[in-house]
Design a protein around this ligand. Structure first.
Ligand SMILES: C[S@@+](CC[C@H](N)C(=O)[O-])C[C@H]1O[C@@H](n2cnc3c(N)ncnc32)[C@H](O)[C@@H]1O
Length: 396
């Protein structure tokens, strides 16, 4: 049985003014009135809003088809095939071994979704969205990986039950180890750890860019990246900041993989690798900055609080924690990838998407102060929080 943590009550939402509720009731009445819909469409002042909202409803309803069109394009390597030179339907049919009639439906759908674009002489090239996907192996790897979530969500009500379990939970060995029905630790083959570490490394590019372009590491002399995966972020840090001592910490099966990458990049003398389990082992000391990149959301509140306390204990007075991952919206903010991440973590069977305030609350409980957010350009990839261990804290 899964034991997921409940989101704490969002106080700001609970305190929403009753006056705003009355406005919402009025809006609901207007929007659900068929006469009002026809009036709004015929009125030039309101037509655009009505069309926009109707399109949004349609897109939400059709979202599962859109994601499968995308998956088909990725599996058939359509983006790669048209990247250098646009191709005709016949050429693409020969290259993909898909009959023209079926492929034409896929291409028409991909055109409608801006994945492909019509070019001269009845050829097809990359569309504005296809260009972004074509250049990034990480996005393609995630699109393929999302097929697990697609299967898990086939009954979107069953997945809400405590007793539910599916393919994504199997994919992440450490999520199973935390679930309450795992009576004893399951022994997983090292290739399961290598498989998810590959995926994480491939999908970390944009996250690394966000962190490195938003936070200056000059004030630190030693960093420990906890849950570092293959160590791509550590390698990027070591390269960008030649005087920074870099350490990574992850489960033993994963550090086997990270050692290989670090060696390949010629950074073995710059990056020290520590193998361990942060739920049991003490974190190495010596770093004045600990980074947690895409870690907190994988864990339930009790495990996360334990980890934050271990990090706090490992830091010297004045030390810093940098926590980076996608976060849930606070009231009034525009959603980034909330629906996706809420269900991804639900299917994974461990952890949850938290708001910056919820994370800061847990950081505070662990002892951190001077909590702040670091503004960054693309919150869908990650948001960034900082916490400090106050200078006045006596060494433990
Ligand atoms: C979602 S991945 C993120 C990896 C990397 N930080 C990134 O952003 O690509 C989570 C990482 O936390 C590690 N991890 C999970 N549980 C752990 C534990 N109990 N002790 C140490 N590492 C753990 C996993 O092995 C994995 O590498």
């Amino acid at each position: 049985m899964r034991h997921l943590s409940l989101s704490s009550v969002n106080l700001a939402q609970a305190e929403r003014s009753p006056w705003l509720d009355m406005l919402s009731v009025l809006r609901d009445k207007l929007l659900s009135n068929p006469g009002m819909y026809r009036f709004a469409l015929s009125n030039p002042l309101t037509r655009w809003f009505t069309q926009q909202r109707t399109r949004q409803v349609f897109d939400v309803m059709a979202g599962f088809v859109h994601s499968q069109v995308l998956l088909a394009c990725v599996r058939l390597k359509l983006f790669e095939k048209v990247m250098k030179e646009p191709k005709t339907l016949q050429q693409l049919s020969q290259l993909t071994h898909v009959p023209e009639a079926g492929l034409q439906r896929l291409i028409q759908s991909a055109l409608a979704l801006n994945l492909l674009e019509q070019r001269s002489a009845y050829r097809y090239g990359l569309g504005p969205l296809g260009s972004v996907i074509a250049m990034d192996e990480g996005i393609k790897a995630m699109i393929e990986h999302n097929n697990l979530l697609y299967h898990d969500m086939v009954d979107p009500v069953a997945i809400l039950q405590d007793s539910w379990s599916g393919q994504l939970n199997d994919y992440w060995p450490y999520a199973q180890e935390q679930s309450a029905d795992a009576a004893h630790r399951v022994e997983h083959a090292s290739d399961e750890y290598a498989r998810y570490s590959e995926l994480m490394a491939a999908s970390q590019t944009f996250v690394i860019e966000e962190i490195l372009s938003s936070y200056l590491f000059h004030e630190h002399h030693c960093v420990l990246d906890v849950g570092a995966g293959k160590g791509r972020f550590a390698c990027a840090l070591a390269k960008k900041y030649p005087s920074l001592d870099v350490n990574i910490f992850d489960l033993p099966h994963v550090t086997q993989v990270s050692r290989q990458l670090i060696e390949q990049k010629g950074l073995s003398s710059r990056i020290k690798v520590h193998a361990g389990d942060f739920t049991n082992d003490v974190l190495p000391e010596g770093a004045d900055l600990v980074t947690l990149v895409r870690i907190a959301h994988d864990h339930n509140d009790d495990v996360l609080l334990g980890l934050l306390k271990s990090i706090f204990a490992s830091l010297p007075a004045g030390g810093t924690l940098l926590l980076a991952e996608p976060m849930a919206i606070e009231p009034g903010e525009k959603p980034h990838g909330d629906a996706y991440f809420h269900f991804y973590l639900l299917a994974m069977g461990s952890g949850r998407l938290r708001t910056p305030s919820e994370l800061m609350h847990l950081m505070k409980l662990a002892g951190f102060s001077h909590l702040e957010t670091v503004p960054n350009a693309m919150p869908v990839h990650t948001r960034i929080l900082l916490g400090r261990k106050s200078l006045s804290v006596s060494p433990s």
